[in-house]
Design a protein around this ligand. Sequence first.
Ligand code: ADP
Ligand code: MG
Length: 454
Amino acid sequence: METDNATYTQIWDRVLIWIKPNLNDDSVYATFFQGSYIDRIEGNTIYAVANTGLAKEVLSKNYGELVSSAVLKTTGTNFKVIFMSEEERSQKAKIQEEEPVFFPDSRLNPNYTFANFVVGASNREAYQAALMIARNPGKLYSPLLIYSDSGLGKTHLLHAIGNSIHENKPNLNVLYTSAADFVDEYVRYARGDKDKDGNSLVSYFSKSVDVFLVDDIQFLVGKKGTMESFFVVFSKLYEQGKQIVITSDQHPNRLDGLDQRLKTRFIQGLTLAIIPPDLPTSEEILRSRIAQSGLNADDFDPDVFTFLAQHFSSSVRELEEALNRLLFYTVSICQVKHVTLDVAKDAVSGLLKEQGNQGKLCEARIISTVADYYNLSPSQLTGKIRTSQIALARHIAMYLMRTLMDDQYAKIGEAMGGRDHATVMSAVQKVEKSLKDDELLQKAISELTLRLTK
Ligand code: ADP
Ligand code: MG
């Protein structure tokens, strides 16, 4: 987290102000708490400096819970707090100058928890395994691999595992990352000038990661160097008895182009699938979402839920999208107090038409299909942020607009969030060129073309 010292001071002041009356002992406060401050915040961890080495011990051992609840109360975020002494801080600062920081943007999403994951026949096993792992990291099966089509809760479960461990076993370091970000990190360090053989990446993992949560492993496919490095990291963590959890959009054996050694390793733990939710589970997901939004399910005719479940259950993401449309519609357009089936049908008619209109090709559909294929959101695809994965998906979308729709470069540029003619042209040419000998790209393009033209 890039935050300045003034913000740290503000946060810590609030924490201390909360702690003081709750501690009920002014001398303990003055002796151990006074003079402490935040050195830095990394991901979900606050590194705080205590006034002496003894204070560090006392704060960590005796007041850890009080501090955690103070932080949660005053920031609304479940930070883990690690105390250190002034000497440790200056030592650490020295080491930090030498050691690269890995995965600086990796962070758990506190909104994805076990508590708000609705369990049904379609996801029960995956849920149970995730829960068991969160309770006993490294002890049961490693890796746990969960695979499914997109939008069925894999990412949610990964974060739920991370959040639960973070809360119940705060001394374990959890790293959540998507495989696409792993690729970028590998390219940034292991292949960069800093570290030709990837040593520091591996040592970072073996020293600083206890629970490794890797999302969307399919994005390693075809990345030779990265797969190699991933294999070393994986094996190291495995040897150390650490917990690894992986998700994939397919069973690893069906991931053509994935290193055979990785396939073998990935399925040596426990491999489970999630399938689309059945109707009762879908309805329960809707009710749970409604409750989370602070609304009352009684304000909806029960057949509204049945209707949405019947039409949007192929993915929970779609189900949520349909519900959001409905909520938006009832608040801003027709402003009803009680939501009937007719209102619901009107509200989502656009979405149903999109489903029915699969044959009609347009730029928006290319964007959403490509985004879905790469597990991105359409706005990531048309936006400005650039990772290798997003850049590739972007180029492919532009290429498909050109080849399937025969669009002018300028029109493509506009559809892609205002990119200029030259950018589009170069993207299209890049894809044309790579297509000659890049089998993965050939596969992606033919799969996407199939989805867009069927
Ligand atoms: P995936 O990673 O498989 O593509 P996500 O975990 O991103 O899917 O899920 C998509 C959306 O659906 C998220 O908002 C997630 O919270 C929600 N979701 C998925 N499964 C469930 C479930 N069983 N209960 C509640 N919400 C769910
Ligand atoms: Mg996901």
